[in-house]
Ligand binder design. Structure first.
Ligand code: AP5
Ligand code: MG
Length: 213
């Protein structure tokens, strides 16, 4: 049996978004990416979006209480009752504890491992669809038509936080605040390490194998 209440843990550029796109289809569960939800809030000009803006542009974490409320509301929706892929959440021990307090259950935590040198190359060449959020790469996953999403035809763009200075800060933020969650979840026996360095299809196979419970 496959776990369906998942956390994809991994540094910026590890492939959380890329791998979620396939998992959503194959497992029939939604991807809940706090990064995507925050970018949507910014685009819509909500209070939350305005509060999150400066943290995101600096490569720092948005305050825990804002992110926890966002996830809690998303997980109340109908499609999340059968399972969910938490992509980029939790990112601090406080967020993980808040989940436990709210009875948000987790069956498997996948730790996608990729060294920093590779992450920098992935992030600096990434292009994202403005409409559907699909992730591409100028070298590793180019779009068929330049600047146009393969899935929906929307315009692709480079995320503002994919600049060299902000990438460096995001990697530092991950090491300091999120990496401790690896040991945290290992204590509960929920953690599986997956090598995230290979081709996208090979990484996917590794993740699927790690979901067996
Ligand atoms: P978020 O959007 O979650 O960014 P992130 O964690 O930095 O992760 P990324 O989306 O950059 O990487 P990914 O692992 O999804 O990689 P992808 O699949 O796209 O968060 C943004 C900001 O929001 C944070 O900095 C923070 O400010 C805030 N935030 C979000 N959540 C928060 C939280 N819980 N608490 C507080 N603040 C929060 O792949 C990257 C590239 O590599 C793509 O181009 C892809 O095509 C390519 N690629 C993927 N896999 C491979 C492969 N196997 N081989 C070659 N290329 C590959
Ligand atoms: Mg992502």
């Amino acid at each position: 049996m496959k776990a369906k209440r998942l956390i994809l843990l991994g540094p910026p550029g590890a492939g959380k978004g890329t791998q979620s796109e396939r998992l959503v289809v194959d497992l029939g569960i939604p991807q809940v990416s706090t990064g995507d939800l925050l970018r949507a809030a910014r685009k819509a000009g909500t209070d939350l979006g305005n509060q999150a803006k400066d943290f995101m542009d600096a490569g720092k974490l948005v305050p825990d209480e804002l992110v926890v409320a966002l996830v809690e509301a998303r997980l109340r929706e109908d499609d999340a009752q059968v399972g969910y892929i938490l992509d980029g959440f939790p990112r601090t021990e406080a967020q993980a504890e808040a989940m436990t307090q709210r009875d948000i259950r987790i069956e498997r935590v996948v730790n996608l491992q990729v060294p920093n040198e590779k992450l920098i190359g992935r992030l600096s060449g990434r292009r994202v669809c403005r409409e559907c959020g699909a992730s591409f790469h100028v070298q590793f996953k180019p779009t068929k038509v330049e600047d146009a999403c393969d899935k929906c035809g929307g315009e692709t763009y480079q995320r503002k936080d994919d600049s060299p200075a902000v990438i460096a800060q995001r990697l530092e933020t991950f090491a300091a605040q999120t990496a401790p969650l690896i040991a945290y979840y290992d204590r509960f026996g929920l953690l599986r390490h997956v090598d995230g360095q290979g081709a996208m299809g090979d990484v996917y196979e590794g993740i699927v194998a790690a979901l067996e419970v």
